[in-house]
Write a new protein. Structure first.
Length: 363
């Protein structure tokens, strides 16, 4: 079986980076022969085959069905259907590099450039470009940025894209190159798309938003902020309703993002908000029973402020929140009296907890 190493593994190898996954292109097999060898077909739009031993992905060539074509022509046709020049490089079994679109030149120049108009066949590639800019620190070729903006303006994203869009966006926000990530978001039109109420009325992103987002992503990477907390902070910066409507995150991310937006001030400065606001925060996040959600919101607030876990401001925030939460947990329905029930009991509990929180923070 003749297999060419292709895609991101080749790119990362040329960059001296570790490739987590390796993809292979098989030139002398068919669907039937691969299945007969124990390969497991997966996927619907584009079928790949999992190796029975290594679990690595193998695929059959795309684009050229002429039996008279040479092996090099078959490889070139497949590479031409890929997204970017830096991902359209293959290595033969004899370790010969096949690079028909000068991907190595773009790797050396640090440029993300599309190969052809076939790029638009999968609009999620726009977010992939942003993610690669964040991971590699590369710039986007002007022609590619223009194509991305035109695609977004035309309303290219459909509901079927949402899961993949969210995953690419999440990976992009955790990349080490914050400046390049935000620049890529701006140049491709992703920032305007996320912030606009409709694709037809996208507006330019304000400079202050760009600066804030860049600082936030740099802080998230520096402090190894969790995915959920960083998504909440990013969503708040860009507008939680727009981001969550466009990307449709999983429920856990969605809840944290909305809670952070609703309780941002309480999460950031608990000593300078009404005690009722802290009690509402504890109730909404179920912190009176389990403080996991609350801790995530505190992490988001600390990341937004660029505090690490040893910063005095962060320690003061945690101490104040723990003091308030401990005081609220100390108030039980048994202390209120058995004569109250339903809404009346709930109102009495909130009032008593707010007083306990206020007294504890004033002590």
């Amino acid at each position: 079986m003749r297999s060419y190493l292709v895609g991101g593994a080749v790119r990362d190898g040329l960059l001296g980076r570790h490739a987590a996954d390796r993809d292979w292109l098989v030139v002398d097999e068919t669907h039937a022969s691969l299945v007969a060898k124990g390969f497991k077909p997966v996927g619907q739009l584009f079928v790949t085959y999992l190796h029975p031993g290594t679990g690595e992905q193998y695929s059959l060539p795309r684009g050229l069905r002429d039996n008279a074509a040479s092996e090099r022509e078959v490889i070139t046709a497949d590479l031409s259907a890929r997204d970017l020049t830096i991902n359209a490089i293959a290595i033969s079994p004899e370790q010969e590099i096949v690079d028909p679109f000068n991907g190595r030149d773009d790797i050396n120049a640090g440029v993300l450039r599309h190969i052809s108009d076939a790029f638009s066949d999968d609009p999620v590639r726009i977010l992939r470009i942003v993610r690669l800019a964040a991971e590699l620190g590369f710039k986007i070729a002007p022609c590619t940025a223009t194509m991305c903006r035109d695609l977004i303006t035309s309303g290219c994203f459909v509901p079927a894209h949402r899961h993949r869009l969210f995953n690419e966006f999440l990976r992009a926000t955790h990349g080490p190159y914050a400046t390049e990530c935000v620049l890529a978001m701006e140049q491709t039109g992703i920032l305007s798309w996320l912030q606009s109420s409709s694709q037809e009325h996208a507006s330019p992103v304000r400079e202050t938003t760009i600066e804030t987002l860049e600082r936030l992503l740099r802080s998230g990477h520096s402090h190894s902020t969790s995915e959920t907390a960083l998504f909440a902070a990013v969503s708040f910066t860009l507008g939680v309703d727009g981001v969550c409507t466009k990307l449709v995150p999983p429920t856990a991310y969605l809840r944290i993002a909305h809670w952070y937006s609703q309780h941002y001030v309480a999460c950031s400065d608990p000593r300078n908000v009404p005690a009722q606001s802290l009690n509402a925060l504890f109730e909404d996040t179920r912190a009176l029973r389990d403080d996991a959600n609350l801790n995530c919101l505190i992490e988001a607030a600390a990341t937004s402020a660029d505090w690490d876990c040893k910063a005095p401001e962060y320690m003061a925030l945690r101490n104040a929140m723990e003091t308030a939460l401990y005081a609220a947990r100390g108030v039980t329905s048994a202390q209120i009296g058995s004569e109250l029930q339903g809404h009346a009991l709930g109102a009495a509990l909130r009032k008593a907890r707010a007083k306990a929180i206020s007294d504890a923070l004033a002590a």
